[in-house]
Design a protein around this ligand. Structure first.
Ligand code: NAP
Length: 252
């Protein structure tokens, strides 16, 4: 029960890695605040957590909206008396297109959803967290934009690389006040996002082959590393881009 008495805000909690992390954080005592656009999925997840004896509230919205970032922090403070942990994890892959064919609107959507959302989240989470022992923020970056250039993923890669720079600056700015901020870089993870990319048996095998472990991760495996980085077990880790990539970076 590493998170007894703590509150944890998770975006992208309706599915995949965020959903798995919310369940694990709640199982270890955290009161969770769940965010994503699909309210029905968040409601079902909150019910599941509460049925198991945990604490959960949810609010549906678009992480690209600053008002939503504010509302999630307000909900944490109103429901649980403050905010200790935040996992800024929501993201989209976007349409896969060569850079020369990418409409500006598509670029803007991916950057807004993946990168601007993380900045807006942190902007409003940090003031609520300062002074709270063990406070930490985690961003979900990716092996794409760090270890591998994947054709068609210019916007996605730029957004995920940008999150690492953002993480480093935030860690330097707020480390003196005891706040830790890290990024996790998952490898291919068996979620709706990965299945939309690896949509044939051949494409799936191709993605699996990128990894030293020759398989994709489960969302639960990535969530366990995320939960570790949010926990006091990682209390001297900050400003770091932590690979949980099944060895993609060493098999190129
Ligand atoms: P997923 O199952 O598709 O989950 C994505 C989550 O983000 C969903 O909960 C989705 O909820 C939420 N989301 C997307 N756009 C949103 C918006 N505008 N506002 C609020 N919530 C939004 O995919 P996943 O694999 O778990 O992805 C989680 C994170 O891991 C992403 O940042 C992704 O880039 C990253 N990642 C994934 C992989 C992989 O192979 N799967 C690898 C590296 C990094 P709603 O649709 O309900 O809004």
């Amino acid at each position: 029960m590493r998170f007894e008495g703590k509150s944890a805000l998770i975006t992208g909690a309706s599915a995949g890695i965020g959903r798995a992390a919310a369940l694990q954080l709640a199982a270890e005592g955290a009161a969770v605040i769940l965010g994503a656009r699909r309210g029905e999925y968040l409601s079902d997840l909150a019910e599941e957590i509460i049925a198991k004896g945990g604490k959960a509230v949810w609010l549906a919205g678009d992480v690209g909206e600053e008002d939503y970032a504010v509302a999630l922090v307000d909900l944490a403070c109103k429901s649980f008396g403050g905010l200790d942990l935040a996992f800024n994890n929501a993201g989209i892959l976007g349409d896969l297109l060569p850079a020369t064919e990418m409409p500006k609107a598509e670029w803007d959507l991916v950057i807004r959803t993946n990168l601007t959302s993380a900045m807006l989240g942190a902007k409003h989470q940090i003031p609520a967290m300062l002074g709270r022992p063990g406070a930490a923020i985690l961003m979900t970056s990716s092996f794409v934009g760090h270890s591998l250039g994947v054709p068609g993923m210019a916007a996605y890669a730029a957004s995920k690389a940008g999150m690492i720079g953002l993480t480093q600056v935030l860690a330097a700015e707020y480390g003196p006040q005891g706040l830790r901020i890290n990024a996790i870089l998952p490898g291919g993870t068996d979620t709706a996002m990965a299945r939309s990319f690896a949509d044939t048996e051949e494409a799936r095998t191709g993605v699996e082959e990128l990894h030293a472990l020759k398989r994709m991760a489960t969302p639960e495996e990535i969530a366990r590393t995320a939960v570790f980085l949010l926990s006091s077990d990682a209390q001297f880790v900050t400003g770091a881009a932590i690979l949980a990539d099944g060895g993609i970076s060493v098999t190129r």
